[in-house]
Design a protein around this ligand. Sequence first.
Ligand SMILES: [Fe+2]
Ligand SMILES: [Fe+2]
Length: 490
Amino acid sequence: MAEKEKIEKHSTGESLLHGLFRMIQVVKIHQSNNRLFNDILIDFKAALDDVWESGRPAAFSLYRGRFFLNDERIVYSPSMWATSTKMSEFFIERGINGLKFLPKDELTNEELVSMVDTLNQAKRFPDPFEWLYNQFDSKSNWVVPSKDEDRKISGSGAQELSEGGYKAVVQTEGLPGAEQQARKIYSQALTVLRGLVDRVTAGKKAGVQKCKRIVQELIDLMSDDWPLYLALSTIRDHEDQIFTHSINATILSMAIAQRIGYTKTATEQLGLTALFHDLGKAGDFKSTADKSDSLDNHDLAVIQNHTLGSISRIIRLNASFNLKLSLLPPVSEHHLGVDKSGYPQTGRDNELSLSGRILAVADQYDAMTSWRPWRNQTLSPTDAIKEMTSFSGTLLDPLVLRLFAEIMGPWPVGSLLILDSNELAMTKAVRPGSSPLPPAVLLHQSQEGGLLKGSSIELSECDENQRPKRQVLSCLSPVSFGIQPTDYLI
Ligand SMILES: [Fe+2]
Ligand SMILES: [Fe+2]
């Protein structure tokens, strides 16, 4: 990928959200006659006009942390992640899920400034939404806040939500060939897995040929470009987490299998197992998975039953009996500890399969580093491996875990690092057989508050006194900051 920072073209939705964010920030320090502020106001009005020209209002809605413009999900460019997270917090603090700008003939700078001032002030009131609603109702007739947009989105917007999710993680425009190909494979994997899950949950026949082809393509990518292959496992998507989690567990399981020396056929089989290991989580399970409060006993029972759900769905797949039989042991074991703790308890005393132990490690790592609605904190890649080490010999196999830790290195791919050079970087991958210190890419703050991709660096690079040029101060979870690592890695 070119080292030069990307120049991004913002969509109308992005421009409006970005413009609103900038106005909210700048109004606190500048008067409307300030030149910078004036430019921001002009840009925002131009973006509003783009929408109004069609005779429609410009209606933002916030649904599960994602913004929509007129029910169409806004697909962000990389620099917009931080802005979108801050705007999402801004909406939540004011108790609003929607903000509609009705078409208006003459919109003055003063009216825009007054709108932004009102939005900023609302946080101080006990019921910010009600205060905002009354203020806009009495002062202006062109801005309407709302707090019911999530229900509206669940209708036609639900489709947009899913498709938008895919767009967000698999944009390939402008990428070099290998990286474009890698994202395409991931995109196909999402489409194929979603199609299979739709059929399975609807009780229809579902074949596995397309899934086999995806697994084979991933294996080819692994042998062609190991760093790129591992980087793909950092793709996260909140709404489609069951699918991205399954694909990431597939990538990581096959990486461990390759190091152990699995044959290609055995690796393929493990890949399919990982792809299907959480099939029991699709469908009705989702309402439990999406719960934002802590889980009660009933929820835990539902979660623990997903292993049996996966087994029953695998049995119903349209595939050969032998293939299905080979997938079942690791799937049934992926939450069972090597000390026989975990679930589901079957009372049997035989050893877990090696594939089951590999899948358990890959599964735990992706789960710990991914966002979950009921959990306050997402672990950084480094903390996840530390946490997993505390389960060595109980839930997780010590040797498989050690091998996985070696593959990922001290700063696994997709780690957000704060460096003592006052720089922010993201690790790219560990080179097999070389220094454990990985190459990384620097991240720069853009003027708008987002993050831009900078130049590549070597964390192992030393100065003339043979001292490391940069030391890592801390490792953070990109997910906690709304950052999609692949936007900077691939
Ligand atoms: Fe599971
Ligand atoms: Fe899982």
